[in-house]
Every structure is written in C-alpha cells, then in structure tokens.
Write a protein that binds this ligand. Structure first.
Ligand code: HEM
Length: 510
C-alpha cells in the first residue's frame, strides 16, 4: 500500500517535471497554426471513465470535491502542468485551466476584438428568456441584456454606448465627495460597534458588504441608500436589496459554477434563482425611480452616471445598475478585507502607508501599491475566462473553437518564477526601479490581471479604485489595525470569499 502511494507520488512528480519541461520548450508554440498538433483529448487532466467521464472527481474523495479550497487549482497545476482539461459535465461545455502567462497573453490578445466571456448562465437565462427582456427592450436602440451576460455584436454595441459614461475620469471624480461621506459614515459606524477589545461586534463580512453597497449605490442608483441607519427595519427595500445580492451570489455559485442539472431541465434551485433575479429587478427599479426623483431636485450642472445612462434610456440605466450591483459589491468588500488583513499582519507597511496618508499629499502611490499587492496575493477574482472563437495551438495541443478557458491568475501570481518572493506582501515591488530584482516589470504582465484585460476589462475599475482608496485612507487615519490568531479562511466560489472569524482589532489612532 505504502509503496503504491510512493509510486503514484513519484509518477505525479514525473508528470509535473515533464509538463514544466514542456512549457519551457513549447510556450512559444501557442498560436493559431493547428497543424501537426496533439489532439485535444490528450491534454492532461483527471482521468475519464466510460459514461460518467470525470464526474467521479467531483464526488467524495475526488480531486474536485474541494473546489472551494482556493489552492485546488494550484494543486492541479502542480499535478498536471500548465494546461489542464476538464470534460463536459451535465451540459456544461469542456473547460481548460491555463497557467502559462505567455499562452494567456496570446489568447487574450487574439480574442480582444469581440471577447466572449462564459459567465453567469442563470442570469443570462433570466434576462434573455425568463423575462423575455429582448422583447421588453424592443423600444431601445440596442436589444441587450447587459455586459455580464451578453457576448458578440450586442455586447460590443452596449459596451461602446456605456464606456464614455462609465470610464470618463471627469464623471467618476464627481463622486469623490459622496464616496468620502460614505467612508466617514462607515468609520463612525465601526467606532460605535466596537466591543471592549476594540473588535467589531457585528458580522464583519456583512459590514464590509454594506459599505460596498452604499458606495456603489451612489453611482448606480444616484442616491444614498442609507443602509447604515441602525433603525432600518429588516423588511425595508434597502435591507431586502442587500440580502437579495448576497442570496444571488450564493445561488449563482450553485447553479452556474457547480455541475447542475438545470441546463437539462428546470430544477427547484433554478426556479428559486429566477424568483431571486425577479426580486432583484423589482428592487432596482424601485431605487432607480427614487434616484430619478432625486435628480429632479438637483440644481448642479454636472451630470452623473445615472443621469447620463437615463439620457440613453431607462432600460440602459436599469441594466447597468443591475450589472454594477452584481459586480461591484462583493468584489470591493473582499478586496478591502484582504488589504486590511495584509496590513495588519505587516505593521511596518501599515506605518509607512499611514505616514503617506497623514502627509495629505494628493498623490498616494504607496496606497495604490498596497491595494495592487493585496489583489495579487489574495485576489477576489481567482481567474478570468474566455471562450475560444477559433481553433488554437496551445502549448502544442489542438484546442478547438468554443472551448471555455480559465486563466488561473491567482495560481500564476503566486508562482516564484512570475513574482520573486511570491508569497510575501511587498507593495514596494510595484514602485521600485528597474534595477531592483523585485521590480514588477521583470514579471510577466499577464500573470496578474485583477481587473481583466483589454476591451472587456472591468468597466467599474475607476469607481472601485476611488471607493477602495478613499475607505482605506479613512481606515488608516482612524485605526491602528491588528490581527490575532490564524489567517482567515478563504473559500473559492464564484469569487474568493474571506470568511470569519475576523480577528481584527481596531485601535484608535491617538
Ligand atoms: C476590487 C474590485 C473589482 C475587481 C477586482 C473586478 C474585477 C473584474 C474582472 C476580472 C472582470 C472581468 C474582466 C475581463 O473579462 O477581462 C470584471 C468585469 C466587470 N466588472 Fe469588475 N471588478 C471590481 C469592481 C467592480 C465594480 C465596483 C463595478 C461596478 C461598476 C464592476 C463592474 C464590472 C462589470 C459590469 C464587468 C463586465 C464588463 C464587460 O464584460 O464588459 N466591477 N471585473
């Protein structure tokens, strides 16, 4: 028994060695010339059985049973190498995991004209078929269902329409004051909710999500939601919206990311998801109406995001608000939590950051570097994805059209050959000059892409950066942040979630 174990360990090591060697030799061979290639079925991956394919790997004891462990993909990469194949299960198309930055760069660049991102199929189903939104939107110029769910020509047209609204620095700057106000209110709430040990009495995860919802709400819905109000009743639309977003993420993980039968026939969980999407839609429409009423009383001349989107049409404003709330709450909340944790564990970096913030200088390069480094070490988005629009030669294998590929950025960001001293929190690597071995320019630019790439990259990046930088500054101004005990547990679902217990201590800065 023992000998067999060792034998399999050695053979795994041998596979990996071979794969590493293969990368060194073939990483330059990723291209669109598909002659004389090894067939797709030969791409390494967990072995398939007749009829059930790779299903048993998702069952008890299988390599994918613990898909919630963020290290699973890294372990698979160590076992099978930089390209891993997963066969079709329950109607989900085949999947590749890719951890070779050069190949990632090639595919992302080749697909950058009209990138297809396989995503949130249940939301797509809701918007396209359940609500027959295409029909509902017939009066609109673009028959779109939104950025998160659309692909092809319809995505491109919609993205070109909303890009000038969402990405213009002048428009985003309009939110500086209100985002600052939200951050200050959150600090006051945190101060009021500390116990005798300076720990937050309330659920820290919920608190960070409340901050993120209140912040993005000012942009998407054009008003303060006031979710920090301690007297807000649980049945209020504000609380319902908050809870609905949390529930949607949980259910979407179950039906979009795990093997699930709803693609073959409607399951009870499928109906539950549709009802939740419907509730979310109705709540958003209620808040947009409120935002519109607020705009009527506004006397300023500068127009904000909601105003500009409403000028395109009401449907566009609703769809973009929906996308902003889907994509902009958990992402910002988890990134701030990760940055706080890493600063708490590295008090000398925290002191350096506080010095920069208290200097009141307008430029804050160290703050930006801290957030960037936290997104490398503890990213909320573990990997990005594209569906191939043509056949490729990837590392010597034939990869046909219509294959979903996951770029394993979290795994690549933690590889020593991509980032020296990869598992250390060193914000300086984003600031030092070329002659320093840590200089980020020595690393492959496609290993770490927290906001994605190219024309399809995160449309909320500027807003997210404004929110996170503003809140982090306020946190550093007000608190000395400490952490005790073991590191927090992170689970990988549709996003990486930092779970409790949250052993943060927030001491007042004297
Ligand atoms: C730390 C915060 C955030 C991170 C790390 C993040 C990351 C990402 C990533 C990796 C993508 C996929 C990009 C690609 O396919 O190349 C994306 C897309 C997107 N993000 Fe973000 N995001 C964040 C915050 C936000 C916020 C605050 C908003 C709200 C405005 C937002 C809205 C979106 C939307 C609508 C898309 C889809 C874009 C498209 O497909 O055209 N994100 N984000």
């Amino acid at each position: 028994m023992q000998a067999t174990k060792f034998k399999s360990l050695f053979s795994l090591a041998a596979i990996y060695k071979n794969c590493v060697r293969t990368v060194a030799v073939t990483s330059t061979t990723t291209n669109t010339n598909t002659e004389n290639l090894k067939p797709f079925k030969d791409i390494p991956g967990p072995p398939s059985l007749p009829i059930i394919g790779q299903l048993h790997h998702f069952m008890f004891g299988g390599v994918f049973t613990n898909m919630e462990d963020p290290k699973t993909v890294t372990r698979l990469t160590e076992t099978y190498g930089p390209i891993i194949r997963l066969d079709s299960i329950f109607g989900k198309p085949p999947l590749l995991f890719l951890s070779d930055p050069e190949s990632v760069a090639f595919i992302l660049r080749s697909e950058n004209w009209m990138p297809i991102r396989p995503d949130l199929e249940s939301l797509e189903y809701y918007r396209k078929y359940y609500k027959k939104n295409k029909k509902a939107g017939q009066g609109n110029k673009f028959q779109t269902t939104g950025l998160s769910t659309e692909n092809g020509k319809e995505w491109k047209e919609f993205r070109s329409t909303v890009n000038p609204v969402m990405l213009q620095p002048k428009t985003i700057k309009l939110y500086t004051a209100v985002i600052d106000e939200v951050a200050q209110d959150m600090i006051a709430r945190m101060k009021a909710n500390r116990d005798d040990n300076n720990m937050i009495k309330k659920d820290f995860y919920k608190e960070m999500n409340l901050w993120a919802l209140e912040s993005i709400g000012t942009v998407a819905l054009g008003c303060r939601l006031n979710c920090f109000d301690p007297n807000l009743p649980p049945e209020s639309p504000e609380w319902q919206l908050f809870q609905c977003i949390q529930d949607l993420f949980t259910i979407s993980y179950e039906i979009d990311f795990k093997p699930n039968l709803w693609r073959l026939f409607p399951t009870p969980m499928f109906w539950k998801a549709m009802k939740l999407y419907e509730k979310h839609e109705n709540l958003l429409k209620y808040f947009i109406k409120k935002g519109q009423d607020n705009l009527k009383n506004k006397c300023g001349i500068e127009r904000g995001v909601l105003e500009k989107l409403l000028e395109i049409n009401e449907y566009t404003a609703y769809i973009m608000a929906s996308d902003m709330l889907f994509a902009g709450v958990d992402t910002a909340a988890n990134t701030v939590t990760a940055t706080l944790y890493l600063l708490a564990k590295n008090p000398e970096k925290q002191a350096k950051l506080r010095e920069e913030i208290l200097s009141k200088s307008e430029r804050r390069p160290y703050l930006r570097a801290c957030i960037k480094e936290s997104m490398r070490l503890m990213p909320v988005v573990a990997g990005n994805a594209r569906k191939t629009s043509k056949p490729y030669n990837i590392l010597g294998y034939e990869v046909p059209k219509d294959v979903n590929i996951i770029f394993t950025h979290q795994t690549m960001s933690l590889m020593e050959n991509n980032f020296p001293r990869a598992d250390e929190f060193i914000p300086e690597r984003w600031l030092v000059k070329k002659d320093d071995p840590l200089y980020y320019g020595h690393s492959h630019p496609f290993a770490c892409l927290p906001f994605g790439f190219g024309v399809r990259s995160c449309i909320g990046r500027r807003i997210a950066e404004l929110e996170m930088e503003t809140f982090m500054s306020k946190l550093m101004e007000n608190f000395q942040v400490e952490w005790f005990g073991p590191p927090p547990k992170t689970v990988h679902r549709s996003l990486n979630y930092i779970m409790g217990p949250y052993n943060f201590v927030f001491r007042d800065i004297k």
